[in-house]
Write a protein that binds this ligand. Structure first.
Ligand code: ADP
Ligand code: MG
Length: 616
């Protein structure tokens, strides 16, 4: 028999041992990672050297497509057919990117509308989704080659600021690449997961990539990763560092910036050389090279001077993020570095000085996001029993209503912490005590769910059935502790208890309950329909009898006899199991008594006929 595990976060069911990969689909570089021997690792190229796949695509004239390192080389020789920074265009309309199109070396279709951007290569048009799918397919292939098996499920990361369109576009790209995207995870959250703090606290993730800068402040507590604030600059990154080097060299050579536009090949050559210089300066004090027979040089000190204003701009974003998070900068426990550009020593020093502590950079900043995505993937695969990202509640929480029905107040998958409530009433005249039984589970009948506890709201002032207004609030805090509060609104009477929903329930039990509810959905629905019909009949019988008693004087004998007979018949039918017959008789009785009720002009009967009642 096959065994299944359930992802407690979203209730999805996974086969054990299934490979789910984590993907960092970056603006500049993309990576794929997975768990190997219990540890997250990035998949490397065939030489085992680099885990980075440049997010670059080249379309050759003969229709062949190159992705990654090979496409990168075409930036110099064939720029108009070489697509980079696709991520910037994901989910964007032409209007969104207007004013930035000169940034791209390739052609972005200019139709001046709200419609989504397309990229033109020769007479073919590509959407950013299709292009991203090509990168994802390359990553998929890379991991499949390594594992010698097919991989079809993935977790993909996106910047925390990505909107719905952009997230959906990322999902679609995954689908197009033949990947079932189980989860879209925020990049800073993934970085925080990879860092895996041993204790709760507030952390900052400083992510400086090739073209974008993101700073996020997260609160981590009991496996809950909450993004408190994000800030950044979508046009600031390592590319700008390259740019300042290029400008310096042009000036050294006595050349104008326009010389770059005149000579595309030279422009790309000097760009690649500048990037090489920048990377070298992360470890060395000087860099020199010869380009077109001319010597180009730059020292670390010169470089630092040039990029200082750019680095300061990132710090201004950090200050805003700290402010928006509503925390004191001293509250930040750790500053996690992500993105290749955080290798620049000046960046490290400046960030460290800003936050008043050494930065955390012991995980490769290129890989940290992908590694976190792999951890998330492993959690979804059900392989990490000790990690539980309990930021949503795995099972529904509710109370028992008349007929043993489960009335869900906080549905499964609700965000934690969470608060929800509903109003109920009594079902018996003069009812003084009300029992509130709290259950957890997905089945329609409480008897199939798990009882968490019950309490009694006592000494409700005597009122006719249906009149008391009992407000029941479920407050689920971040620790997974449920507080149930019941209050009779007319008298202000209040009572509350605390319940721990996951206490004493194993993951297997939880999985079984979920599987059960899926298997029994059909029978449950039928049972629920019958019970609801019976409840409705019972209510109508009670209010009908009450009506006969209260309005004896205004009814004719024939009206009284007919009503009584119809009530008796409804009672008899409701004892059976024919839901439709019950509904039919309810309808008949309602139809007959409505004009009588109108005549009686009594509104209380109306209110007594409505509303849900809690079991006595
Ligand atoms: P993205 O998240 O945008 O895909 P990455 O995190 O991969 O980007 O960062 C790419 C950037 O990091 C590039 O600008 C690259 O030049 C820069 N980078 C990579 N290694 C180094 C290094 N050793 N020193 C300085 N910058 C580096
Ligand atoms: Mg990145």
């Amino acid at each position: 028999m096959a065994t299944y595990s359930i992802n407690l976060k979203d209730g999805s069911i996974e086969r054990p041992g299934e490979i789910i990969v984590g993907i960092d689909l970056g603006t500049t570089n993309s990576l794929v990672a997975l768990i190997k021997d219990g540890k997250p690792v990035c998949v490397r190229d065939q030489d085992g050297r680099s885990s980075l796949v440049p997010s670059i695509i080249h379309f050759a004239e003969d229709q062949s497509v190159l992705v990654g390192g090979a496409a990168r080389e075409k930036l110099v020789t064939d720029p108009s057919r070489t697509i980079f920074s696709v991520k910037r265009l994901m989910g964007k309309s032409y209007l969104d990117v207007a004013g930035h199109t000169q940034f791209f070396g390739y052609k972005i279709i200019d139709d001046d509308t709200e419609s989504l951007v397309k990229i033109r290569v020769d007479d073919k048009f590509y959407t950013p989704i299709e292009l991203s799918a090509l990168i994802l397919r390359e990553l998929k292939q890379r991991v499949e080659n390594e594992l010698n098996t097919t991989v079809s499920k993935a977790v993909i990361t996106v910047p925390a600021y990505f909107n719905d369109n952009q997230r959906q576009a990322t999902r679609d790209a995954g689908k197009l690449a033949g990947l079932d995207v189980l989860r879209i995870v925020n990049e800073p959250t993934a970085a925080a997961l990879a860092y895996n703090p041993s204790e709760a606290g507030t952390i900052a993730v400083y992510d400086l990539g090739g073209g974008t800068f993101d700073i996020s402040i997260l609160q981590i507590q009991d496996g809950i990763y909450e993004v408190l604030s994000t800030n950044g600059d979508t046009f600031l990154g390592g590319d700008d560092f390259d740019q300042v080097i290029i400008l310096k060299w042009l000036s050294d050579l006595g050349l104008q910036q326009s010389s770059l536009e005149e000579n595309k090949e030279f422009s790309q050559q000097i760009r690649l050389e500048a990037e090489k210089a920048k990377k070298t300066l992360s470890g060395a004090d000087t860099y020199s090279c010869v380009l077109n027979g001319q010597l180009l040089q730059i020292s670390r000190q010169q470089f630092d001077e040039l990029i200082k204003p750019l680095v300061n701009r990132t710090l201004a974003c950090c200050a805003n993020a700290v402010k928006d998070a509503g925390i004191d900068i001293k509250d930040i426990k750790t500053v996690v570095m992500a993105g290749g550009s955080t290798r620049v020593p000046l960046v490290k020093h400046s960030v460290s000085a800003f936050f008043g502590q050494p930065v955390f950079d012991s995980i490769d900043p290129d890989e940290v996001v992908a590694l976190g995505a792999a951890i998330q993937a492993d959690v979804l695969a059900g392989n990490q029993q000790d990690v539980l990202l309990l930021d949503i509640t795995p099972l529904s929480l509710g109370i028992e209503t008349v007929g043993g029905l489960m009335d869900v107040i906080i549905p499964r998958n609700s965000k934690v912490p969470s608060k929800a409530g509903r109003q109920y009433t009594t079902s018996v005249d003069g009812q003084k005590n009300l029992k509130i039984a709290v259950y957890q589970g997905e089945r329609d009948l409480v008897e199939h769910n798990r009882k968490l506890g019950e309490f009694i709201l006592r000494d409700i002032p005597a009122m006719p059935a249906g009149l008391p207004k009992i407000d029941i609030q479920f407050i689920l805090n971040a620790d997974g502790i449920l507080t149930v509060r019941a209050r009779e609104l007319r008298s202000g009477l209040e009572t509350q208890v605390e319940i721990r929903p996951t206490y004493g329930i194993t993951e297997e039990q939880m999985a079984l309950m979920l599987l059960d509810s899926i298997q029994n959905a059909q029978t449950d629905m039928a049972a629920r329909g019958l019970l609801e019909a019976r409840n409705e009949a019972q209510n109508l019988i009670l209010s009908g009898e009450k009506f006969l008693k209260q309005h004896d004087s205004i009814l004719s004998q024939e009206e009284k006899d007919t009503t009584s007979a119809m009530i008796a018949s409804l009672r008899q039918i409701a004892a059976g199991t024919d839901k439709d017959a019950i509904h039919k008789q309810i309808e008949a009785l309602n139809e007959y008594t409505t004009p009588l009720a109108h005549r009686a002009m009594d509104v209380t009967i109306g209110s007594a006929m409505k509303g849900q009642r809690i079991a006595e």
